[in-house]
Design a protein around this ligand. Sequence first.
Ligand code: HEM
Length: 451
Amino acid sequence: MMLLLLTVTGFSSLRLSSSTPVTHVARYAASPRSVTMQHGGKGFGGGEATRDPPPTVYDPSDPKGKQQAIHKAESFAEYLAKRGGFSDSHKSGVCEPRSAAVSKVAPATAPASGSPYAELADAYFADIRRELALLMDNPSWDDGSLAPVLIRLAWHSSGTYDKASGTGGSNGAGMRFDAEASDCENAGLHTARAFLEPVKRKFPGISYSDLWVLAAYVGIEHTGGPSIAFRPGRVDWEGEHELLAGGWCNPMPRGGHGRLPGAEKYVAYDSADAAGRPSGWQKLCGHIRDEVFYRMGFGDREIVALLCGGHVYGRCHRGSSGYAGAWVEHPTRFSNEYATDMLEDEWRLVGHEDTWLDDMGAAELRPAAGNRQYVNKCPLGTGGDDANQMMLLSDMALAWDPDFRVHLEAFAADEAMLAREFGAAFKKLTELGCEGVLQPEVAAGGLAAAR
Ligand code: HEM
């Protein structure tokens, strides 16, 4: 087979020796750390073809047994019962809201001040917080915590907001319906929703849209992140027709609605610039800014705060997104490790063809065919002793783009500042589009007791 070798030395010289377009290797130094790019030559990423496998099919190539865990999610109530059940005060039956006047579901219209939903006592939300904290540690799931997948559920339910039209956002819990759930970017989130079903059954007074957001807040706080004051009041759509009435979310069996970000969108990989960034990276930055976060009303600093706080949690799953592995060594506790590792480690672009990852005990970092991501490994052994970690192209954009990078560096230097700004940005994200329905903040409480 012919070999195409692309070498970029520093920022000026470019040497191309070519024999075949099958394998590309680009090495380069990107100030201030060095970043190396290597990948096989298949397609241009995106991974559509690998998305949305039937959720109950066991994937033997998934080293984390994700698909098995999905089975476990279905018997989650059983799991809870085995480990001692719900919080003591709710060992059996449904926990009605403590106000006798409260209906079982949030009202379909925006509640006026003093409406039944507004009368849900603070203690009711404290009980729900306790319940959520009790289920957060789950040894059968991924790295032992549900916090990451619940945080992603709240982010994806909120991240559809469009400021110009006022549509989308967490209000309505549209992801219960196929038109929104079937967005390929939402693959895997049915498990998060399933985990919360027993809580919803126990506490029917809270809407799904509130519950998804509250679960993320509890997950963040439970894992050492900032405490976020919760404002209830989101109202669930009664049927898919209410979601469709917004006009942005039309049924589509495959593909996305374009409102949630794609990790490799517009990246071409046919060449790299002097700093080693694959062609199209600026367009990816444009996607992150204009098509996603600016559309919602965020600025650059908030974008970086959201990503530093969001991707310190959890992992990518080959069976859901096609990407694979965790961003950080400790993916179940809040820190600024994502920011520091991004800046300090060496990152190399890989594709599914990079089987050398398996040989060095990093098979979990090999993405599905068609997807590309960065890893902290190199075929000659560098990074072999480090925990297996990855970055998406959209993560790398924060280090590549000078206007993002300045904030990344600030958060890498100051974890407390990240906690504050991530908490504020996540609260803003989860309240977008909820004007007119949100009630005053409920009193904090319920978490400390459950720890
Ligand atoms: C450019 C923006 C973003 C892109 C392209 C992106 C992409 C992704 C992808 C591809 C995954 C893997 C999903 C899977 O395979 O299960 C993921 C996971 C995750 N994302 Fe993001 N994301 C973005 C922004 C955010 C934000 C703003 C947050 C929260 C503040 C967030 C929180 C998470 C979490 C917690 C996970 C792990 C879920 C789990 O462990 O199951 N992401 N993201």
